[in-house]
Design a protein around this ligand. Structure first.
Ligand SMILES: [Zn+2]
Length: 416
């Protein structure tokens, strides 16, 4: 469990006085430190978002932390995030700057734009993308919010938790024309008691995406929410229903709906086919206000998650993650960002097995381009296991860093 130095005192992450200590340190501008290695510790910072104090690692400092620490960031070789460094993702002190491929503004009348980026998801399935697509931004925020991490002290997570951590994760991120928070709309947890207040507050938030001047450009907002359903009806455009926004639906053009199902049908099926396990579907979508104040989606992507919000790409990953959560193991879910679905990546890194992470791969039967040999090779390279040269199989210990362990589950042969 994490230990932090705040002022002269040491706190564990579940210490009852941690919140009060963070409030005092925030007011006094004291920089806390993580003690995952030893004193004096690794500098952290305190953020104040949604009325709560958050202890956060400094941008780009994740690799200084110990493997089991919640602030640890996986080595670049495993993460799709590393493709975005330097172009899509740059750092300036406490600020993180994001460059996007998708639009956060639109011009003119409702309907598809001539340069509509609704097809931008096509580019997100290419590996060359150096800027954020909707999918890679969703992955990035998910990881920044800590929704990809689990350890023995983690508790069950509700949407209210997801709302808090996503809002916090967006706090120090900037896009071209301002803070990401100015664009992001994550629906707050809905309850019957709060429904009146939520319904009153929403128009002011959504107003930013209305088209005051039909000839001028205006903002799009970025919705990240739990998808409840998409209702389709013959002769009418589909409507998208979001959990925690029960009062209204979002419009989606039929063409966009068809493209969404073409690119994210797998995510849709994963949720619909789940019977004895709970699966959630997350939608990230840009939207504007069509005439009458009705929200209309401009571009969208889907992500399927487990009950505890870990993104999954197939039922086998879901089974493994459910099992690790149940047995209280520590792990980090690895995300693709802009990498192609065919690119070989570990499902997760186990972080409670020795001082180095263990990469766990699932050889997905849908992946027709990669063989089990390809997986073995990629896993070995990422793990830093030296590939013996021809006729020189005794050449061991030539690398300085000890090789990391890896684990491959080949679904075709059942071998692990
Ligand atoms: Zn640490």
């Amino acid at each position: 469990m994490g230990q932090y130095l705040i002022g002269n005192e040491t706190f564990t992450q579940d210490h009852p006085d941690l919140e009060a200590a963070l409030a005092r340190a925030y007011a006094a501008k004291t920089r806390p430190a993580c003690l995952c290695h030893s004193e004096p510790g690794i500098p952290m910072y305190i953020a104040f978002v949604n009325g709560k104090y958050w202890l956060k690692r400094m941008p780009n400092s994740g690799r200084l932390h110990a493997t089991g620490c919640l602030s640890w960031e996986m080595p670049e070789v495993f993460s799709g995030r590393s493709d975005l460094y330097g172009s899509g993702l740059t750092f300036e002190e406490d600020q993180v700057k994001l460059k996007r491929q998708f639009d956060l503004s639109r011009r003119g009348a409702p309907g598809p734009q001539p340069t509509s980026s609704a097809t931008a998801e096509k580019t997100s399935v290419k590996s060359e993308g150096k800027k954020f697509t909707l999918r890679s931004l969703l992955h990035y925020l998910w990881a920044e919010a800590g929704l990809t991490q689990w350890d023995s002290s983690s508790r069950p997570r509700s949407w209210s938790y997801v709302y808090d951590v996503l809002s916090e994760a967006a706090a120090n991120k900037a896009v071209k024309h301002g803070g990401l928070q100015d664009y992001l709309y994550v629906p707050p947890f809905w309850s019957i008691e709060k429904s009146g207040e939520l319904q009153m507050n929403r128009p002011a938030r959504f107003a930013a995406a209305s088209n005051g001047d039909p000839k001028g450009a205006h903002k799009l907002l970025l919705l990240i929410g739990q998808l409840k359903d998409i209702k389709t009806q013959e002769g009418k455009d589909p409507t998208v229903q979001i959990t925690h926004i029960p009062e209204l639906s979002f419009l989606m053009e039929q063409k966009l709906h068809d493209r969404l199902m073409k690119h994210f049908g797998r995510e849709w099926n994963l949720r619909t086919s789940a019977q004895t396990v709970k699966r959630n579907l997350i939608i990230a979508a840009t939207f504007y206000l069509a005439p009458g104040g009705v929200p209309a989606i401009e571009e969208a992507c889907l992500m399927c998650t487990t009950e505890h919000w870990f993104p999954i790409e197939n039922i086998y990953e879901g089974n493994i993650i459910d099992d690790l959560v149940k047995t209280r193991r520590s792990f980090i879910r690895v995300l693709r960002y802009n990498r192609a679905k065919s690119a070989i990546m570990p499902t997760l890194l186990l972080t409670d097995h020795g001082s180095e992470p263990v990469a766990m791969y699932v050889l997905d039967p849908d992946n027709r381009t990669a063989t089990s040999e390809d997986f073995e090779q990629a896993a070995k390279e990422a793990a830093g296991v030296e590939n013996p040269k021809d006729g020189d199989s005794s050449d061991k210990g030539a690398t300085n860093a000890p090789p990391r362990e890896y684990w491959i589950w080949d679904l075709k042969t059942g071998s692990r």
